[in-house]
Design a protein around this ligand. Structure first.
Ligand SMILES: Cc1cc2nc3c(=O)[nH]c(=O)nc-3n(C[C@H](O)[C@H](O)[C@H](O)COP(=O)(O)O)c2cc1C
Ligand code: SF4
Length: 369
């Protein structure tokens, strides 16, 4: 494995360089994965989706992630979700626009394999029933079914690499299949996938590496650090993250919080949680594991404050709503024109699924795509 790493210095606003496995990252601020609901019936990107991503590429954004791409048609979250198929139209165009505009094209590989319908409400009325349902469902899958899913994750990832994506993010957050399957709350299996709940991830990473090698793309894992509340004891989660880091397949670990079907409060943090509230937890992990990048996310709205905070050099940041509200958010921050930023008002209109809208919208940005 050829690895060349040039870590950046802290507080170099807008000046960043990190080269690994022939992939060159030039900004530590990313556009977070966002399911925009702009896919064709065949699971391919629409021209509106391409425009949505083009608007948030370049402009000081290091990676532009395409969110929530299902491994097959069977595991989509709604009818306008992207999925991998044998008819990948418009994907190279999407990748090309992101790359040409100046960001690395990233993609989030996801799977929602559950008969539990995604809740539209902000909070589940019966958490215990959801947990029991999901525990039983996870225990009911045969070992062979899990082997098949592993293969589908590998095949989908390799296909997306062939379509030009430079960062493959495996989605194990928010209560999606890999999130519940690897969580202590849900996985009570007695087979090899229960004895080692991380085995499924290790097999996916090893399988992707075996087929696609190590060069020209990065492997990233998005994982819910806090699942139910920010007061959780993190000891078990930290052990899991240590183990995954030591497995040595990953280039980056990306933090999120929360489980969609319990409460969306942690997934889409409210303003009261404060600016960049995850920085201390992620800083500890980044210091402990300097060999990979760490990505922190949630309520990042003041990059001058981020840049003036001493943080480990291997921390990067994903920005969601601030970039929905204003695609020039990073560029304006770099230019120290933060007074001109169109600021997210936390109005929640972008949660199109919960709001019963067909695709993404924004209360203050009528030109989202
Ligand atoms: C409309 C919308 C769609 C989202 N879709 C996804 C998704 O597909 N995958 C994912 O991991 N996170 C998704 N998220 C979560 C964001 O990536 C991000 O973690 C979250 O918005 C917190 O970051 P922020 O405070 O900068 O918005 C979505 C968020 C929003 C607002
Ligand atoms: S819809 Fe509202 S919450 Fe969502 S990005 Fe726009 S202003 Fe922010």
């Amino acid at each position: 494995m050829e690895t060349q790493i040039k870590p950046h210095k802290a507080n170099t606003f807008g000046k960043f360089s990190y080269l690994k496995n022939n992939v060159h990252l030039t900004s530590r601020y990313f556009f977070a994965p966002i399911n925009a609901g702009l896919a064709t019936k065949e699971g391919n990107p629409t021209d509106e989706l391409i425009s949505f991503h083009e608007k948030r590429s370049g402009k000081g954004i290091g990676i532009n992630y395409v969110g929530n791409v299902s491994i097959t048609k069977d595991y989509v979250t709604n009818n306008s979700t992207l999925f991998v198929s044998n008819n990948m139209q418009n994907w190279e165009k999407l990748v090309g626009f992101i790359e040409f505009s100046g960001s690395l094209p990233g993609v989030q590989v996801a799977c929602y394999k559950s008969d539990y319908s995604l809740i539209r409400k902000w909070k589940n009325k019966d958490n215990d029933a959801y947990i029991k349902f999901t525990q039983e469902e996870i225990n009911s899958f045969t070992t062979k079914e899990i082997d098949t899913l592993v293969k589908q994750f590998i095949d989908a990832s390799v296909k997306l690499i062939k379509n030009g994506f430079k960062v493959i993010q495996i989605h194990a957050g928010h209560g999606y299949f890999l999130s519940t399957f690897t969580s202590k709350i849900f996985n009570r299996r007695t087979d090899e996938y229960g004895k080692d709940p991380l085995l499924i991830l290790k097999r996916i990473f090893d399988g992707v590496r075996a087929k696609a090698g190590y060069s020209d793309y990065w492997l990233d894992l998005r994982i819910s650090v806090f699942e139910r509340s920010l007061d959780e004891d993190l000891e078990h989660k930290l052990l899991a993250l240590n183990e995954l880091t030591e497995h040595r397949s990953l280039d980056m670990i990306s933090q999120v919080n929360g489980l969609y079907n319990l409460s969306k409060k942690l997934m889409y943090p409210n303003r009261a949680l404060g600016h960049c509230f995850m920085k201390d937890d992620i800083a500890k992990l980044a210091l402990k594991h300097p060999e990979i990048l760490w990505n922190l996310c949630g309520n990042i709205w003041d990059l001058e404050e981020v840049e003036s905070t001493p943080l480990p050099e291997n921390i990067t940041f994903s920005v969601g709503r601030a970039l929905l509200a204003d695609e020039y958010f990073v560029e304006k921050s770099f230019a120290r024109k933060k007074d001109t930023i169109n600021k997210c008002t936390f109005c929640n209109k972008c949660h199109y699924y919960s709001m019963g809208l067909p695709h993404i919208a924004c209360g203050i940005n009528p030109n989202l795509f």
